[in-house]
Design a protein around this ligand. Structure first.
Ligand code: HEC
Length: 126
């Protein structure tokens, strides 16, 4: 009987650990952003930048986040309070550095201007 109990507790611990490790916690990257990056202003916020940003999103991001950024499985929906409340500088930091341990790639190979245009598009999501 005791053995059975131990087995059940063990199974619970494994299940919980898997759940916590697997779930995307929205915005858990935010505390990593250095202060000076957080307050950078976005120089590319015109209507045309939205159009370009949307196109870039289709090219590079839709495969994981969905064509309209609605999310796919563990890849988060980007129509969220986290994204609405994030500062442009914080989003720029995330796109530049990624969150590799959680499966979000770095986009440092794109020119900085394109990353800002992606940020501009993200900020249009409601
Ligand atoms: C290979 C799949 C993949 C691709 C491609 C990808 N992402 Fe992600 N992205 C993820 C995952 C997984 C997370 C969740 C990370 C976590 O657990 O916090 C994420 C998180 C994010 C977040 C933070 C969401 C939040 O609520 O914290 C933003 C913003 C984001 N991605 C934007 C983009 C943009 C813009 C692109 C294209 C330039 C992109 N992603 C491409 C997988 C991807």
């Amino acid at each position: 009987m005791q053995r059975f109990h131990r087995l059940v507790s063990f199974a619970c611990i494994i299940a919980c650990a898997t759940l916590i490790a697997g779930a995307a916690v929205e915005g858990s990257w935010l505390p990593k952003v250095p202060e000076k990056e957080r307050f950078r202003a976005n120089p590319y916020e015109n209507d045309n930048d939205v159009v370009v940003g949307k196109k870039l999103f289709q090219q590079h991001c839709a495969s994981c986040h969905g064509a309209t950024a609605e999310g796919k499985g563990k890849r988060p929906n980007l129509h969220s309070d986290t994204i609405r409340n994030a500062k442009p500088g914080e989003l720029q930091w995330l796109l530049t550095n990624g969150y590799l341990s959680k499966g979000m790639p770095s986009w440092s190979r794109l020119p900085e201007q394109q990353r800002w245009q992606l940020v501009t598009y993200l900020k249009t999501l409601q």
